[in-house]
Unconditional design. Structure first.
Length: 516
């Protein structure tokens, strides 16, 4: 009996010696346990991710020191170039984002506002990795707890070298299984997420092919191809343009109107006088922005066609795409307001043309336009209102800015509301008073010059007191124009300032050339 007891004791001691750590292995496991203790409860925080990264690095090093062979990872050769750059060989390469995705246990992923379901195999692999992770953490905790107990006390409770090696091996195989299926799922999802760009590229290629055809295709075929491309831009804008509204309702008729305006005014003389000059500047500016933003997006699609892998599947993260979409939406919104509404465009062009004429007799206005003085932004709504009062048939621009001041009509255009009618009557009375005092000629041109100069603060010595009273009333309406829908007014103001400041610079350049 004593001999048997002695034999069993020797066998157990021999097993313990074979299952023990050498100094290097013991230090490595201790470092791994220390990393495990640093893991927070919330692994998704910035500090938590950093702690997980340190733990995974120590885990890979521990596996190497203990001689645990990594699971095969030959599946990585089937990954796309982007993921092959992340996983270039068959080393463990534990990545925090893979672990984070596993621990969060999502059944789906959201990309560009669309939900993509993960497959059952991937979800099963995630369950396996979570189990292996929990078992490994539990084993390390038990090993760390037994190190506090004297070596001669219950040694059989302390996990040995084989226990930890097996736990690491199980975890590594579970990791490889998940990595394989999870990355394949991501590649599938990313491909679908980029499908909007691929679709737009296909439409752009089709339109380019039609443009290169000789003889040219029918108008209907060409317009359909252009409509398809514009619609695809809208889809891209809706999911990518986080800096503006992400509108998808801007149609091809805006581009068609811009092209027609370009053709109409492209043959007009830029040096011609009269209303043509103001019309040319405003119309060409608006149409040019619409066409240029459209062509910029087309060029972008041609450039990325051969490098789709470089496009972030979260399309809002592609700065080049977003920048072009922001410009596209902004210019097409303005184009939709003015280019597709002939009356509104005519009124805008008239305002610019008449303001340019005013610059010739009022140096103060010229200086404002040249410097984009802050006072200019107070003057412009006054001038808009004055033109609308002088020419009641051309109030479409004012109606677009103050729709609540107009009432529906059986005709195509809305009629001024009661308050606006009263304001117009007030203007008619003060105009008659000014004419009686010989302060203003009894013509539309004379009235415009007089009241516009009053709006600038230089009404002239002969101006009666009634003009000052009217100008205070005008100012109330001016504030309403600016504030009722600030975005609409800002769009209009941007067009006015651009055209007026450009005309001042052009005039200066002509003077310099003449002097030379």
């Amino acid at each position: 009996m004593e001999a048997m007891t002695g034999f069993a004791s020797k066998f157990i001691n021999a097993f313990r010696v074979g299952d023990s750590f050498n100094n290097s292995e013991h230090s490595t496991v201790m470092r791994l346990v220390s990393s495990r203790k640093a893991l927070p409860g919330d692994a998704g925080s910035e500090d938590g991710l950093a702690a997980c990264g340190s733990f995974l690095e120590d885990l890979a090093q521990t596996a190497k020191i203990l001689g645990v062979q990594p699971a095969p990872r030959s599946y990585r050769t089937t990954f796309t170039p982007n993921y092959r750059a992340i996983f270039p060989d068959e080393t463990r390469n534990y990545r925090v984002d893979v672990l984070e995705g596993c621990l969060d246990s999502p059944a789906s992923i959201w990309v560009n506002g669309e939900q993509f379901e993960l497959g059952p195999t991937t979800l099963s692999c995630a369950d396996g990795l979570r189990t292996a992770w929990a078992d490994l953490i539990s084993l390390l905790d038990r090993w760390e707890n037994t190190q506090r107990v004297p070596s001669n006390s219950t040694p059989s409770q302390s996990p040995g070298r084989q226990d930890i090696s097996l736990a690491i091996k199980t975890f590594d195989h579970a990791w490889a299984n998940l990595e394989h299926k999870y990355i394949e799922e991501l590649i599938r999802i990313e491909s679908q997420a980029r499908s909007l760009v691929v679709e737009a590229i296909d439409f752009e290629k089709k339109l380019s092919a039609l443009e290169a055809q000789s003889p040219a295709p029918s108008d209907r075929v060409y317009e359909k191809a252009r409509e398809d491309l514009v619609q695809s831009f809208g889809h891209l804008n809706a999911v990518s343009n986080h800096r503006r509204k992400g509108r998808d309702d801007l149609k091809a008729d805006i581009l068609k109107a811009a092209v027609e305006v370009t053709r109409k005014f492209g043959t007009a003389s830029t040096s011609s006088g009269g209303a043509h000059k103001g019309a040319f500047i405003a119309a060409q500016f608006l149409a040019g922005d619409v066409v240029k933003s459209f062509e910029a997006l087309r060029l972008y699609l041609r450039e990325v066609e051969g490098q789709l892998e470089c496009i972030d599947p979260h399309l809002c993260n592609n700065a080049g795409l977003v920048e072009r979409l922001v410009d596209w939406e902004e210019s097409w919104e303005v184009g939709n307001r003015y280019l597709t509404n002939h009356s509104c465009l005519t009124t805008l062009c008239d305002l610019i043309d008449s303001t340019q004429r005013l610059q010739a007799v009022e140096p103060k206005l010229t200086a404002m336009c040249e410097d984009c003085d802050v006072e200019l932004f107070l003057v412009l709504p006054r001038l808009l209102l004055l033109r609308s009062l002088l020419f009641p048939d051309h109030q479409e621009l004012l109606r677009s800015l103050l729709p609540h001041r107009f009432q529906p009509s059986s005709s195509s255009s809305a009629k001024p509301g009661v308050e606006l009618v009263e304001f117009a009557a007030s203007f008619s009375r003060v105009r008659q008073v000014a004419a009686a005092h010989h302060a203003v000629a009894n013509t539309a041109a004379g009235a415009w010059e007089f009241f516009a100069r009053s709006a600038l603060g230089t009404p002239g010595e002969a101006a009666p007191g009634a003009v000052e009273v009217f100008m205070r009333e005008l100012e109330k309406w001016s504030v309403e124009v600016q504030r009722y829908c600030a975005e609409d007014w800002n769009q209009c103001c941007s067009v006015l300032v651009h055209c007026l400041s450009n005309s001042v610079r052009a005039q200066k350049e002509r003077v310099l050339v003449h002097e030379i």
